[in-house]
Design a protein around this ligand. Sequence first.
Ligand code: 13P
Ligand code: SF4
Length: 370
Amino acid sequence: MNATTTALAAEPLPFEDFRHAPDADLEARIEAVKRELGASLLILGHHYQQDEVIRFADIRGDSLKLSQLAGARPECRSIVFCGVHFMAETADVLSRDDVAVYLPDMAAGCSMADMADLDSVEAAWSDLAELIDVEDVTPVTYINSTAELKAFCGRHGGIVCTSSNARKVLDWAFARRRRALFFPDQHLGRNTARAMGVPLDEMIVWDPRRELGGNSPRAVEKSRIILWRGHCSVHQMFKPAHVAQFRERSPGIKVLVHPECSMEVVEAADLVGSTEYILKTIEAAPAGSEWAVGTELHLVNRMAKEHPDKAIHFLSPMVCMCATMYRIDLPHLAWCLENLARGTPVNRVLVPEDVKASARESLRRMLELG
Ligand code: 13P
Ligand code: SF4
């Protein structure tokens, strides 16, 4: 036998070893990696994460806050994103080159982001170009979209928005060009444009499976905003009837919803805003006040637990939770962190360099708006 031996590269720890471990064991192992990696590790958590996971986040936030903070810490070398795939991609685009981003479960996607892909958006853009001057159209992508679509916006003078800044972004877009193509969430686009005074007959919906998006040439020419036919499967479950039921049951109740809800729900509500806005509004509310909240179930349940002095109800009688956010659980987080600590990282989210450069452009335009 040859006397020289070659050190074998360590194999990643298999996920199966974590799946059936007791929670207390997984929690201790997560804490141990956090201690070991110290400031070189940053765990980001979106507010929709389950309690068992969000408690390990160094920073929690909505999608705007998390994207603003993604590249901020000089000592950070690894970001573990407890959220969904487009958020991890955004962190990779915005963080320094020496920072790697990981998603504990690669199947944690977003059904809304999946409703628009680069090929269909490019096809829509060329169809539009046959009828109107696309130099006068700003493409605006909701942050809930692939990095490729952010790059498309970067290349065409467009911009990204989140639910916190959609109004500011559309103000910016309409100050520069006459029209906007807004994807993938028709509801955020419609609710925001409506609040700005754009009439409904100047908004069209673009269905990528139909010719000219299902519109007449006349309707396209008249449009100010072209709304992609996409939606959030969680927020579309809230209905105006749910608002009416709560108002009947509890006169004086305040209804607070996310702008991914339909226009009819937003119009029936008292207040509308992003998850960060929803949290701040509930925090600032007086003791004894009563609220029906239309957003993801885990966040609403957490607020109800953290504010026992206020009556906080979930707006829908159905269970509306984000099934993909829920994929990030203790076994996946522990598996991802232990592999990172032992030098066999798994689930790195890496946006290709050419996509990154253009995606950074459209994100930079958004972040410069403050
Ligand atoms: P915000 O974090 O911008 O409120 O968006 C909610 C959401 O749906 C995340 O996917
Ligand atoms: Fe996507 Fe809706 Fe889940 Fe947000 S809540 S990640 S928009 S499916």
